[in-house]
Design a protein. Structure first.
Length: 345
């Protein structure tokens, strides 16, 4: 079991549910735009939102965001230790900061003191471009990533700081998986999973699903970020779907649908698309099956809370908890399913 770390109003590790993270891509100095994006991410089901903070102007702007959202806010600090101190003091819930990047340990000591007095944890995040230079001289790949993260964590330990979350991201899925496996075996810090620079919505989602999913299946990982080029809302959707596919998301509607074939009796794809859009925000653990015909339909319906099974002449059978409820016109299928989903607890 990993160490349990409090981040805002939630926990990472120690058996807590796996949380979903993303990062804003609006200019941090524009607090209005950034707050709007944070609130959109919150509505989409994001638990933790990271904001890059590089200077005083950006830190000041964040004062207009802190306290206006339920998500936990993380300040992403690159090299300026003063920003880490300031962000811990102004109310950020977590700092992403690599102590080994600073060089001067007296500055690390100041960051640790600020995090301790504000009870703010730190995420040490190593990727292929930020390996510890000493480690890079004798190790490579997954081993170098894992050792670099542990060296950063050890610097914090020297000052009695253990509220640390680790990440070892790589754009190479096999390297990333191996690095997390090494870390999992060597420490009890909770792990933030991610494939870095994974790409756009199809390639990135595939790489992240394989990397993050294979680790979660082994019980490794406490919080996840699907990194995608573009709109961060897509990251949250992808992460929630990964968790849902692994039955790790307790409040997500799962929609299963057959691939369709020549036996399909109606235009199924628009129905599934509309259900996915309309049910995305519904925080209920429900399984909904949409099936094209009576070949596999009744079997899948038996295992679903709500199911639609294509019949003939523009009609389909609507199932509730495995039993036929009624026959409905296909044109009414979406509204009938939505009404049932709303009513179910
Ligand atoms: S459920 Fe029916 S329509 Fe869908 S793939 Fe199977 S046989 Fe084809």
């Amino acid at each position: 079991m990993k160490r349990k770390i409090k981040v805002g109003n939630l926990f990472i590790g120690g058996g807590a549910r796996v949380s979903v993270q993303s990062m804003t891509n609006t200019p941090t100095s524009d607090s209005e735009k950034t707050l709007k994006q944070v609130l959109e991410l919150e509505k989409a089901g994001c638990d933790i939102v990271r904001i890059a903070v590089s200077n005083d102007e950006e830190a000041e702007a964040c004062k207009n965001i802190i306290g206006k959202t339920k998500v936990a806010l993380v300040a992403d600090i690159q090299f300026d230790y003063r920003m880490a101190v300031k962000c811990a003091d102004i109310g950020f819930d977590k700092i992403r900061f690599n102590p080994g990047n600073i060089g001067d340990e007296s500055k690390v000591k100041e960051v640790v003191a600020a995090c301790k007095r504000n009870r703010v944890p730190i995420r040490v995040g190593v990727n292929g471009g930020s390996l510890d230079k000493n480690v890079a001289a004798y190790a490579s790949g997954a081993e170098a990533l894992a050792q670099s993260a542990l060296i950063h964590a050890a610097i914090l330990e020297k000052y009695g700081f253990y509220d640390t979350v680790l990440s070892v991201k790589s754009s190479d899925v096999r390297t990333m998986v191996e690095a997390y496996e090494i870390l999992d075996a060597r420490c009890d810090y909770p792990l933030h999973l991610g494939v870095t620079e994974s790409g756009t919505k199809i390639r990135g989602v595939i790489k992240s699903s394989i990397g993050i999913g294979s680790l979660l299946l082994k019980g490794i990982g406490d919080t996840v970020r699907v990194s995608l080029t573009g709109d961060p809302l897509r990251e949250v959707e992808a992460a929630r779907l990964i968790l849902s596919a692994l039955n790790l998301n307790g409040d997500c509607v799962e929609i299963v649908s057959c691939p369709t074939c020549s036996r399909c009796n109606y235009d199924m794809e628009p129905i599934v698309d509309e259900l996915e859009k309309k049910l995305y925000g519904l925080k209920k653990k429900l399984k909904i099956a949409v099936m094209g015909c009576v070949v596999n339909g009744p079997g899948e319906a038996a295992d679903a809370d709500i199911a639609l099974c294509g019949g003939k002449n523009g009609k389909a059978a609507l199932y509730l908890k495995g039993k036929v409820l009624k026959t409905v016109p296909v044109s009414d299928a979406v509204s009938e399913i939505l009404a049932l989903a709303e009513k179910m607890s």
